[in-house]
Design a protein around this ligand. Structure first.
Ligand SMILES: [Zn+2]
Length: 478
């Protein structure tokens, strides 16, 4: 998309990520997507008068871990707050969130962008409870409160992004990190990762922000990019025709590919925030924080840099291999075991990725160990397995485990590459076909393929084609 020249857009994102915990944030009800409506509820998450919330410490730990990974300042003491508003899927009439004392402040999400790196600054990360779901069916409205009280981390960025592409990249890298750290499953279809955007436009060179609008319901990467482009173009059109951008909340309609006003944008004073009287201030001790810091894994971008530097991979390869932590761990073990980073990357991004895709399988659930795949790579490199046979062996190893050597024997796939044996075979094929040899030598070079075919059929396709070619050329051109 492109705005008319002279205009730029300014984007800030608010991302809600469901935190992967077994129980909800203030009660012992189990979390999880779906399930029989209203089966996972109790007086606390149903908002019964008098029921008392108890904070799930795991939510604090996971959110603090995210903050530490993003370079935020993590407060030793933060405050939960009541955000008052009425919604049918929020039976308490208020949401427990955080207001002026969030758990994390500052920090940044680093994104690769246009060949370099950019840091998108964060305002804050706070914890809060999710609401239930309204379901509109055949003219009736139903409420499912299973999701009520599921723990959320809300990650709020500064208005630091300038294009839909950048916003999409930011969201992708944030999601990658959430999965990397095991904080959230990042599933946008099931709503465990949701995104709202604040958008404004201004003349290039202006330092003041224009009037922003808020876009809700951006539940896919495509929706984020499409909605931002649509809204920025709408605002520019309003301003260029002499109008004024209204402060509104807009709902993105992914089918119609347009936004429509949902309500006037609330301000924080509309919510009448006050400190949650049923909960003590929440925080982790310095000891707990240092434990988290000590356990913090290298970031995806650090691992990516290391693959480019130490394994001589290009950005594209290194980027795909670092999409998931299990994948880059597997790659590094594989590269070390087979002693060939390029082959390791080629196999992982090629045949292994293809077969995993066919099976809808993740690398974590594999029976295949990196050293077994390394064995396979070496067998192929040394000419003991043809490329095609190596793929069949991989398939067996994925299905049933076991080693490459074992499967090569069991399937009788070992490539015939013994030079002496092959030389005898070539000799006997040439002797058995004297006319063809004569015609070949007389200039019918196309007959070369005929001889290769004869040898392949005599060996049931197992002869090493490179070696066969070399020996044939030797025999025929002699
Ligand atoms: Zn409950």
């Amino acid at each position: 998309m492109s705005l008319p020249s002279g205009w730029e857009m300014v984007i800030g994102l608010e991302v809600h990520a469901q935190i992967h915990t077994r129980s909800k944030i203030f009660c012992a009800c189990p979390t999880g997507f779906g399930g029989e409506a209203n089966s996972r509820t109790c007086p606390v998450c149903l908002g019964m008068p008098g029921a008392l919330p108890v904070l799930n410490r795991r939510v604090l730990e996971m959110t603090a871990l995210l903050g530490l990974a993003l370079g935020s300042r993590v407060a030793l003491r933060s405050q939960l707050a009541r955000k008052n508003y009425f919604y049918p899927d929020l039976p308490k009439g208020y949401q427990i969130s955080q207001y002026d004392q969030p758990l994390c402040e500052g920090g940044a999400v680093e994104i690769p962008f246009e060949g370099g790196r950019r840091k998108i600054a964060l305002t804050r990360i706070h914890i809060e409870e999710d609401a239930g779901k309204n379901i509109h069916l055949d003219g009736r409205s139903l409420v499912d409160l299973n999701r009520c009280g599921t723990a959320l981390a809300e990650i709020v960025s500064e208005p630091d992004m300038r294009s839909p592409d950048e916003a999409r990249e930011y969201l992708g890298r944030l999601r990658q990190l959430l999965l990397w750290l095991g904080i959230s499953d990042g599933n946008m279809e099931e709503g465990s990762l949701r995104c709202d955007a604040n958008v404004s436009v201004r003349h290039v060179g202006d330092t003041e922000l224009g009037q922003r609008t808020e876009l809700k319901n951006l539940n896919s990467f495509r929706a984020v990019a499409a909605a931002l482009a649509f809204e920025a173009e709408r605002q520019v059109a309003v301003l260029e025709s002499g109008g004024k951008v209204e402060k509104v909340t807009l709902l993105w309609d992914a089918h119609e590919k347009r936004s429509r006003p949902l309500r006037g944008k609330e301000e924080s004073k509309d919510y009448r925030y006050f400190p949650e009287p049923d909960l003590l201030p929440a925080g982790l001790s310095e000891g707990e924080l240092s434990t988290l810091v000590a356990g913090l894994p290298a970031s995806p971008l650090d691992r990516l840099d290391s693959l480019m530097e130490n394994h001589d991979l290009d950005f594209y390869e290194a980027d795909i291999l670092t999409r998931e932590r299990a994948m880059v761990d597997f790659f590094e073990l594989l590269a070390e075991a087979c002693g060939d980073s390029k082959a390791a990357s080629r196999w992982m991004l090629g045949e292994l990725a293809r077969q995993l895709n066919d099976r809808v399988q993740n690398i974590e659930d594999l029976k295949l160990r990196p050293d077994s795949l390394a064995e396979l790579i070496v067998l192929e490199r040394d000419g003991k397995l043809s490329g095609l046979a190596a793929k069949s062996v991989l398939e067996k190893m994925l299905e049933e485990g076991g080693s490459a050597n074992e499967w090569m024997e069991r399937l009788d796939l070992a490539q015939l590459s013994d030079a002496g044996e092959l030389a005898n075979l070539v000799k006997s094929v040439l002797e058995a076909n004297p006319k063809e040899v004569e015609r070949y030598r007389g200039g019918r070079k196309k007959l070369f393929g005929f001889f290769v075919g004869e040898i392949m059929s005599a060996t049931k396709g197992k002869a090493d084609p490179k070696e066969v070619g070399r020996l044939l050329r030797e025999g025929l051109d002699a």
